[in-house]
Write a protein of this length. Structure first.
Length: 400
């Protein structure tokens, strides 16, 4: 062990400015649960053991069009992941799907590939994809660009923090795919730039995260404005009661695809750093100076604290950057790219980065402030220990 140790609103309401601002980041929580620090201490177990799952298909078996198969071959996609293997055929057959799988299991390709294939064969197909954060929406957009290269299947990405004018121009071109976050999509629908009645395919990605962020009413409003005759795909890591209510209300005879997987935390060595409040920054510098501390994601609770900590680290000579809800989307994307390419070794973030960011080889996750809930903790430390590797998670616990 390390020692030293929202109001409900309707389309067309009078709160559009309020709603547009509140969707830029996660709604502030007034309180969290009390977490026993002992839950932050756990060694990685069996990190090199995969849970066996029988794969019945190859990508070549799905009868995608030649152009999509060419792009898959270029990306060296031959064998699907379990969520892809069990979902793609159902999606191609028009079934509603509830896909339960952890982040990093390939679920984005599971829904993108069959729908790209459908849109290529029928240019009138329109697909709406809703994601909880700007980062995840952009990640989906990037994957779609690679899968649909030279296929003339077009997309528009509509997220907060970016100029609405450019997004409106993209929508006027009638793209096959619209990918966005709930707040911006509602704003565009409010202004009649997004015609929800034209979409016969809807995907909700990371539904549990969207409900955690308070979007259940907004999602319901969007779903109510879509055509009744549609295909609905819900993807989530868990199935809390609120999601079950949405499934029962909006999906028709859905197929449930559940991929058994180990808890993300099993790949992560977890420990606490006990120290007084006055010692925290000095102790963090000590940890970051260790040679094994290679690429580090640090979580702090507030935007102000994230900026202050980042400036302190830069002043100490560390290559650090920050990401939080007050940054414009372009700034956030630049910070992520610098971290992804190891031009900076430390990224300090609020919980906006806890889900939907897939960056390889993060060696450490450090909770400089304790998360509000244990679920938040699991989401945070899930950024390390990926692809069969062991990660390290450290949580600061202030001693008195």
């Amino acid at each position: 062990m390390y020692q030293a140790y929202r109001p409900k609103s309707k389309f067309g309401g009078n709160n559009s400015n309020y709603n547009r601002n509140r969707f830029q980041g996660r709604p502030k929580r007034s309180f969290g649960e009390s977490i026993d620090p002992n839950r932050f201490v756990q060694k990685a177990t069996n990190f090199n053991i995969e849970i066996p799952t029988e794969i019945k298909n190859k990508f070549a078996d799905f009868k995608f069009c030649q152009e999509l198969n060419r792009n898959l071959q270029y990306k060296k996609y031959e064998i699907p992941t379990p969520i892809q293997d069990q979902s793609i055929e159902h999606i191609m057959n028009g079934r509603d799907i509830v896909g339960l799988a952890n982040t990093g299991t390939g679920k984005t390709a599971a829904f993108l590939l069959p729908l790209i294939n459908r849109a290529f064969l029928n240019k009138n197909e329109r697909v709406l994809i809703i994601a909880p954060t700007r980062e995840l929406a952009n990640q989906i957009s990037n994957e779609m660009h690679e899968f649909s290269f030279s296929m003339k299947v077009f997309q528009a990405t509509c997220v907060g923090g970016m100029p609405m004018g450019k997004q409106i121009q993209s929508l006027r071109r009638n793209p096959n795919f619209v990918i966005g976050t709930p707040g911006r999509l509602k704003d565009l629908a409010n202004k009649n730039f997004l015609k929800l009645e034209t979409f016969h395919n809807i995907i909700l990605d990371e539904v549990d995260r969207m409900l955690d962020m308070g979007f259940v009413d907004d999602i319901s409003e969007i779903l109510n404005l879509l055509p009744k005759d549609r295909q609905s795909l819900f993807f989530s890591a868990t199935m809390p009661p609120k999601i079950r209510v949405l499934v029962d209300k909006f999906l028709v005879n859905p197929v449930t695809v559940q991929i058994k997987s180990r808890d993300t935390a099993e790949n992560v060595d977890q420990d606490v750093v006990r120290c007084s409040k006055d010692q925290k920054l000095e102790k963090l510098h000590e940890i970051l100076s260790k040679p094994e501390t290679d690429k580090v994601l640090i979580f702090s609770e507030t935007k102000r604290d994230v900026e202050k900590l980042t400036n302190d680290l830069i002043a100490k000579g560390f290559r650090a950057d920050s990401i939080h809800g007050d940054k414009r989307q372009g700034q956030r994307q630049r910070s992520l790219n610098l971290f992804k390419t190891s031009q900076v070794k430390i990224l300090v973030a609020t919980d906006v980065a806890a889900r939907g960011i897939d960056i390889k080889d993060i060696s450490h996750v450090i909770n400089y402030t304790q998360p509000q809930t244990y679920t938040d903790y699991i989401h945070r430390i899930g950024r390390t220990g990926r692809c069969g590797k062991t990660g390290i998670a450290l949580t600061f616990v202030e001693s008195r």
